[in-house]
Design a protein around this ligand. Structure first.
Ligand SMILES: [Cu+2]
Length: 179
């Protein structure tokens, strides 16, 4: 019985390894949204929404898929910036009380402000003319496609670009492009 369990385990590991090898050979990477948002009355709100993995290394021309997998089933954006200073770092920056010109510029490129009007989001979609310029964004998740696959444009080997969700700007990631 034990031996059978070991064999099954080894088999599963082998299949997993083959699947990973196939994904690598196909030249595609996947980033999944994870986490949840929980409200406890008179206690607080806790969000663990995040991109997984956050930092990513890809080869030139390799495609990246962002897919929704978080527990709350929220809509998200992937909004690109080359400037790490554009990323929100504090709660006051997030709610717009602490000045953050870089945040405003980056978020403004996607929605025109920290608090987007979801009824009429003004997105600078980068999918038609490539995805590689500051402000290029797309929506995915609840109410939108469950996943979006893009290839980075205008990015040189050795360069690192950054992205965040304009709806939940603490969700952040980076993509290092290998030569
Ligand atoms: Cu989000």
């Amino acid at each position: 019985m034990k031996r059978r369990l070991v064999l099954v385990t080894v088999g599963v590991m082998a299949i997993t390894a083959l699947a990973l090898a196939a994904a690598a050979a196909a030249g595609s990477r996947t980033v999944t949204t994870r986490g949840d948002e929980v409200l406890r009355v008179n206690v607080g709100v806790n969000s663990t929404l995040r991109f997984s993995p956050g930092p990513l290394t890809v080869a030139v021309g390799e495609s990246i898929t962002w897919e929704a997998g978080d527990k709350i089933g929220a809509p998200h954006t992937v909004t690109l910036t080359r400037n790490p200073d554009a990323l929100v770092e504090t709660f006051l920056e997030f709610i717009g009380i602490e000045p953050c010109a870089e945040c405003d510029a980056a978020l403004g490129a996607a929605f025109g402000g920290h608090f987007p009007d979801m009824a009429a989001p003004v997105l600078e979609l980068g999918l038609g003319d490539g995805f590689g310029d500051d402000g290029d964004s797309f929506l995915f998740g609840n109410g939108f496609p469950p996943s979006v696959t893009v290839t980075l444009e205008n990015v040189s080997p050795g360069e690192t670009v950054f992205y965040f969700c304009a709806i939940h700007p603490w969700m952040q990631g980076s993509i290092e492009v290998q030569g």
